[in-house]
Design a protein around this ligand. Structure first.
Ligand code: SF4
Length: 61
């Protein structure tokens, strides 16, 4: 299903970051075919140590 912003949900990638241009507004999914997950820590130990490197700030968010 295509969202108002033109994005289509990839139900293999759940995401709640609504401020991202790739987010599917009314559905908590990413619209990309694949994403890149990285860490900003030398020794990641918890979820908060990881980041989505495919994040792109919404123009008007
Ligand atoms: S690119 Fe990353 S942050 Fe953006 S919607 Fe997809 S999974 Fe979420």
């Amino acid at each position: 299903m295509v969202e108002k912003n033109g994005n289509t949900a990839n139900t293999s990638i759940e995401c709640t970051v609504k401020q991202c241009e790739h987010h599917c507004e009314n559905q908590n999914y990413c619209s990309l075919n694949a994403i890149r997950v990285v860490t900003h820590e030398q020794n990641p130990t918890e979820v908060a140590c990881t980041d989505c490197a495919s994040f792109k700030k919404k123009q008007n968010a």
